[in-house]
Each structure stands twice: as C-alpha cells, then as structure tokens.
Design a protein around this ligand. Sequence first.
Ligand code: RIB
Ligand code: CA
Length: 312
Amino acid sequence: MKKPVIIDCDPGHDDAIALLLAFSSDKLDVRAVTTVAGNQTIEKTFNNALKVLSFAGVDVEVSKGAEKPLIRELKTAPEVHGESGLDGPELPPATIKPSKRSAVETIVDVLNKSSEKVTLIPTGALTNIAQVFISHPEVKDKIDRISLMGGSCYGGNWTPAAEFNILVDPEAANIVFNSGIPITMCGLDVTHKAQIYKDEIENIRGIGNKVAVMVAELLDFFGKFHEAVNDKFGFAGSPLHDPVAVAWVIDPTLITTKSCHVDIETWGEFTSGCTVVDYNDVEGKPKNVDVAFDIDREGFINMLYEAMKKYN
Ligand code: RIB
Ligand code: CA
C-alpha cells in the first residue's frame, strides 16, 4: 500500500532532488506538490517546481502558495541557489499546467478527499502549513505525520541559532510544532551528515539518463556554495537537506531519531527561528517531536542513486 503524501517545497536544488526521490519511490503516492517562498520568491520556486517535474515526466498538481511569511518580510537564499533558485542546469519551459488552486486550497482538498491519513513533507518555510491549520483546523485529523526539513538541536546555518526554513517564518513554525500532529524533524543535526561527495555525484551523472545528468548538474552548482563555506562547517561534500525528509518517509530505518520537546523561539533578537530542543528533557515537557540525529549515509546515497536510475 503506497503512503499518501503532499510535498510543500521551495525549489531550491535540494528540494528538486527531494521531489525526484519521492516520485521515483514505489512506496509513496504523491497526491500534490505545493510551493512556498523561501529559497527564492514564490514565482521562482513555483516555476522551478513546474519545470523540474515537467522535465522528469511527472504528472501531478502543482500549486502556488505563500509569497511571504505570516508576518515577517521574506528572506531568500540566492547565495545558495542562484538568482533563478535553481541555477546550473538549463531546463526547458514547464509543460505541466499550473494549478488554479492555491497551496492551502489544494492541501485542504487533498486531505478532505483522502480515505486514509496523509503525510505532509514540508521542505521550505512552514507558512503554507500554518495557514492550513489557521483556516481549516479540522483537517489536522487527516494528517498522519509531518516529516519536515528544518531546525536543529545544535546550531544554525543562517544565524548562529537558526536553520533557514524555520528562520524564514518562525511564527508559522510555532503553529506547526504546537499543532499536536506527530512531527519528524530532519534538521541540520542529521542533514549535515547526509552529505554527497564528488565521486558519488559522478556515479549519478554516469547513470546517463537526462534526469540523472540534470541532478548531477544541480549538485555541481549546489556544491559551489558548500565548498565556499567548508571552512565554517567542515563539509567534505554537499548536505542533501530536503531529500532526508523524504527518505525518512520511504525508509525510517535509515535515520535515528530521539523524541524531544521542541519550542520555537519567535522573540529573540539573536535567537529568532531557533528550534529549542530539550535534548536532556530538563523541563519534562511533552515530547512533541522526533528529532533526527543520525543517518546511514551510504544507504541514503544508494537510495538516491537507485531512484535516479528509474528515470529515463
Ligand atoms: O537550511 C536548509 C533548508 O533551507 C533546505 O530546505 C534548503 O532548500 C533551504 O530551503
Ligand atoms: Ca528547501
């Protein structure tokens, strides 16, 4: 039985690879893809999702979501993903017809119509998900779990305290983390261990189909940023953040998690967007989040490699 999922993303190089991993899996039934502003503006992330999925020959509803966070101004990440949000490969114009429905309308409708509970896989800011919970709280009962890329227990990547997805919209993250829905948090603690190395990128390129070659070109560009920050983070490769959130849904045995209480800092002058993980349970609050700390890196990269072989 395939697991029904909705992916909410901000493509973004790693988002694009997360989408391709999800659509290649015979374990997932991707009911819709929704997009949010984050890595780039909503126009760009929406268009990037349409182009990548069209290029891969995928047929799915793709909806446009929030153009800015709930209350803050938008932060984008051209340093990492380029001006287009998906610099590197030259992708032809999209052939998938953009959905006329908003991300919120799409998510609510898919949840209402699903006969079984759905897993949400957000890989960008949590603005769309929060808006669904604000406008249609009743749909929470149709969500099995949220496997998200975001946050960290030990240190941020965009500020010393915060990871980018949570930092973009801390208020949205606060709503989602306090929704009562089971959450698997694939934060930097695990994604910084989910690095892909140059020889592994060449193996993917060597698969030879156009999608695998395009993914290698995405990783060529993505690698430029991570090489540049190698002295800060000690990277030997590129961390594949978003695909980890998909990999957990496909095969949770690849990833080690610990149930912890997590709060979201929304007020700190220096700490806004921090996922405050009570790793040692010092406050004894309810453990609302399964926080990912480790990964079978080789198994993860092999999953990705096998996934790319499925495209033609
Ligand atoms: O901090 C990494 C996250 O921010 C990833 O989801 C990446 O795509 C960006 O959105
Ligand atoms: Ca992302």
